[in-house]
Design a protein around this ligand. Structure first.
Ligand code: NDP
Length: 258
């Protein structure tokens, strides 16, 4: 995954102040879908903390988006880095209203190619780190707060080469459904956003042939835009979705048909 995310951050967005005064944490907020969510949330009035491993990418996001974004460089698979993130949020703002877990990796490996290292790394990043990102945020989460987990339609459709990736995202769906029940008593909502193929750096290394074959499977006949995922994230993060929890919203041009 690289940083070629310009399509994610340049689209004009309305400013309705839907998140005025809200404090958000977005893992993976330096690029792609996460960055588009950061941009949209800031435009709607939120103060946003982001975490990613590449300092330069984070610096670029902060420089582009201004004073309402704070970056903490770190690896979400490292417990001490998550602790550092939330310690900073606590010291600065004392509360979290919205958490979006957008950090993730997607490496292709067929059944025959899959080794233990691949499995461990992808589960650690996509599933395990999602759990600990949410668990460690909980002491700071406000009543009425919203957790948005970024899943994938790969969690429920079979895509050759993405069996393990899909399994990590199926875990994310399961977590969201379970946690929506566990956290309802605190009025914290938990939902999953499951994108189909979205034109981010995840597609940078994909051949033209594979890109076209993905497009051919999408009823709307194009890849999605990160800004389109961000619009759905805004809905699930805001009070507009106040009676929605444990749900999964597919942003996939009709591909999964669920
Ligand atoms: P990007 O590669 O642009 O975004 C992934 C982000 O996650 C990067 O900013 C990366 O930052 C961060 N990240 C990865 N690993 C770690 C880690 N260990 N610690 C901290 N940050 C990490 O791709 P997308 O925006 O496309 O992906 C975002 C999410 O959307 C992922 O969960 C992905 O699975 C999901 N998704 C994407 C789809 C698509 O077609 N693009 C389709 C369906 C789901 P850094 O490398 O600096 O750490």
């Amino acid at each position: 995954m690289s940083t070629s995310t310009s399509s994610a951050v340049k689209a004009p967005v309305p400013n309705s102040s839907a998140l005025k005064g809200k404090i958000a944490v977005i893992t993976g907020g330096g690029s792609g879908i996460g960055l588009a969510v950061v941009e949209r949330f800031v435009a709607e009035g939120a103060y946003v903390f982001i975490m990613g491993r590449r300092q330069a990418v984070l610096d670029q996001a902060v420089a582009a988006l201004g004073d309402n974004v704070e970056a903490i460089a770190g690896d979400v698979t490292a417990s001490e880095d998550l602790d550092r993130l939330y310690a900073r949020v606590k010291a600065q703002k004392g509360i979290i209203d919205i958490l979006v877990t957008a950090s993730g990796i997607a490496e292709c490996a067929s059944l025959a190619e899959t080794g233990p290292e691949h499995i461990d790394q992808i589960f650690a990043t996509n599933s395990r780190a999602t759990l600990f990102s949410v668990q460690k945020a909980l002491p700071l989460m406000s009543a009425g707060g919203s957790v948005v987990l970024i899943g994938s339609i790969a969690g429920f459709i079979g895509t050759p080469g993405y069996g393990t990736y899909g399994a990590t995202k199926a875990a994310v769906r399961s977590y969201a459904r379970t946690w929506s029940n566990e956290l309802a008593g605190r009025s914290i909502r938990v939902n999953t956003l499951s994108p189909g193929p979205i034109d981010t750096s995840m597609f940078d290394n994909v051949s033209d042939e594979l890109r076209q074959s993905a497009i051919d499977m999408i009823p709307l006949r194009r890849l999605g835009r990160a800004t389109e995922v961000a619009a759905a994230a805004l809905f699930l993060a805001s009070d507009e979705s106040s009676y929605i929890t444990g749900a999964e919203l597919c942003i996939d041009g009709g591909m999964a048909q669920v």
